[in-house]
Design a binder for this molecule. Structure first.
Ligand SMILES: [Zn+2]
Length: 108
C-alpha cells in the first residue's frame, strides 16, 4: 500500500512538473520578440497571462502537496492523520492521495 502510494505520488509529481514546464513555455509574456505595440493583442495576452498565472499557482500548490506527501512516505507517516494519528481510510487516499488529515479532522 505505502509502496503503491509512493509510485503514485511520484507519477503525479512528474505529471505536474511537466504541466508547469508547458505553461512556462506557453506564457506569451515569456515569448521573445512579441509585438508590444498592438493594443488588442496586449489585451488578449494579458488575459492569457492571468489565466496562465492562476493555473500555474494551482499546479505549484498541488506540487507542494505531493512533495509533502512524499516526505510523509519517507518518514513512514503517510496514511496517518497528522492531527489525531488515526489511519486515513484507503478509499480516501485513493481519491485524494495527498491527504494528511482524516475526514473527521478535516471537517473540523
Ligand atoms: Zn484525524
Amino acid at each position: 500500500m505505502i509502496k503503491d502510494a509512493k509510485s503514485l505520488l511520484e507519477a503525479e509529481k512528474s505529471k505536474l512538473e511537466e504541466e508547469l514546464k508547458y505553461y512556462n513555455s506557453e506564457d506569451p509574456f515569456l515569448v521573445p520578440g512579441r509585438d508590444t505595440n498592438n493594443f488588442d493583442d496586449d489585451i488578449t495576452e494579458n488575459e492569457g497571462h492571468d489565466r496562465t498565472e492562476a493555473v500555474m499557482r494551482e499546479l505549484e500548490s498541488r506540487l507542494a502537496e505531493v512533495g509533502k506527501a512524499l516526505e510523509r512516505v519517507e518518514e513512514g507517516a503517510y496514511g496517518k492523520c497528522a492531527n489525531c494519528g488515526k489511519n486515513i481510510p484507503e478509499e480516501r487516499l485513493k481519491i485524494y492521495p495527498t491527504a494528511s488529515l482524516c475526514l473527521d479532522c478535516e471537517r473540523r
